[in-house]
Design a binder for this molecule. Structure first.
Ligand code: UDP
Length: 384
């Protein structure tokens, strides 16, 4: 039987493993961590609360092909994510910025979308072709809102000024003229896997032609034993950093245990101050996460840092406005092209892209099916 090595048991690796196993390949998955599910890994802690060990993973998409594929392995708990920002005044305000946020921030009463748009137009700075995150935000929100909601947070998150960050990073956050407080307003499907992400991955890997080896690091000498390798490791590390290090941000998680109180608020609170923390998550406010009754709960704060200060755990590729990291990645991509007959790079770290879960799954389904078609295999048309 033809055999394929998959490096990394996160979403990219899981999608490749399952798709190729179902097409008749034998799959060996290795992961250097002690668990499957990559950064989506969750577990139930001593308080009976489901915690996402690498920060909150909130599934959202408008791609029903992705939902259909995942739904073979999980049921869903409906959940629409909303977030509060803690203002310098101590007040809470909805984030993304909407009508309520503006009313609280400017201490005014706005009677409709027209007055919201008038207020924003009065704040906005005229910039026709924004070249970076600062220009993009200033052109839509003006300096005061930008410098409160985005500048300190971005500095903590990326260790970059907004001027040095690519606009696409902050374009992830919508702007609303109404009272809708959806964090992902454009996505028709939002939900959390009913039994958690780890269980979802366990079911994806549960196939007679897939074997998973944990605590096992990749070594290039392994490739010779397989017909092909799909590798989700950091592409610069694979090539021995020969062109230089690709920058990544990482997160240190600090969890405290506190009494359960009124748990009706947002599950995520973002900090606008310039201290070390970007946000904190109240896990028991997420549906299905209060697995057992408890009078206490974990709350997790996130402290971004360079990945070299966090055990080389790479979470976020850094997209600078000067394109420097993309240019560096392109050099590695050129090296990858030379070996594409036997290896392909997949996922966030393999392709150096700031991707959400649904994007990784969609890309992986498409690439796996393309790879199979190139080999004359039949594939199911289940992706957009
Ligand atoms: N951002 C910010 N203030 C916030 C939330 C987000 O400045 O309160 C900026 C910041 O640069 C962040 C980016 O918007 O990295 C994208 O935010 P998102 O919540 O999508 O980040 P993720 O959940 O992927 O960490």
């Amino acid at each position: 039987m033809r055999s394929v090595l998959v490096v990394g048991a996160g979403f990219a690796g899981a999608v490749f493993a399952r798709t190729l196993a179902e097409a008749g390949y034998h799959i060996t998955v290795i992961d250097k961590r002690h668990h499957i599910a990559g950064n989506a890994y969750d577990e139930v802690d001593a308080t009976g609360t489901r915690v996402h060990v690498y920060g909150p993973h909130l599934f959202h998409t408008s791609n029903m092909g992705v939902v259909k594929w995942l739904s073979r392995f999980t049921e869903w708990l409906p959940y629409r994510h909303f977030v509060d920002a803690l203002l310098p005044s101590g007040q809470l305000a909805p984030l993304p910025i909407n009508k309520t946020t503006l009313e609280r921030f400017f201490n005014v009463s706005l009677d409709g979308e027209g007055s919201v748009n008038n207020l924003l137009a009065a704040q906005a700075v005229g910039i026709s072709n924004p070249a970076n995150a600062a220009e993009y935000l200033n052109s839509r929100l003006g300096r005061e809102l930008t410098d409160t909601f985005f500048r300190p947070y971005t500095k903590k998150m990326w260790d970059l000024d907004l001027e040095d960050l690519d606009a696409s990073v902050v374009k992830r956050i919508p702007l609303r003229a109404d009272d809708n407080r959806d964090y992902f307003p454009d996505d028709t499907f939002q939900g959390l896997p009913a039994d958690g992400y780890t269980e979802l991955f366990r079911r994806i890997f549960d196939h007679p032609s897939i074997e998973v080896h944990l605590n096992e690091s990749f070594d290039r000498s392994r490739e010779q034993f397989y017909d092909y390798t799909f590798n989700s490791m950091p592409i610069d590390e694979y090539f021995g950093f020969c062109e230089g290090d690709l920058p990544y941000r990482s997160i240190k998680f600090h969890t405290r245990i506190q009494d359960v109180g009124d748990e009706t608020g947002a599950s995520v609170l973002n900090f606008t101050d310039s201290g070390p923390y970007t946000r904190e998550t109240y896990w028991r406010r997420l549906p299905g996460h209060a697995v057992k009754p408890s009078s206490v709960q974990p709350v997790t704060r996130e402290e971004p840092c360079d990945y070299r200060d966090n055990n080389f755990e790479r979470y976020y590729p850094v997209k600078r406005s000067d394109g420097a990291s993309t240019l560096l990645y392109d050099k590695y991509k050129a090296l990858a092209m030379e070996i594409e007959g036997r290896t392909a790079f997949i996922g966030r770290c393999g392709t150096y892209q700031y991707l959400d879960m649904h994007q990784v799954i969609n890309q992986s389904l498409q690439k796996a099916n393309k790879w199979l078609m190139e080999r004359g295999e039949k594939v199911e048309a289940n992706v957009n």
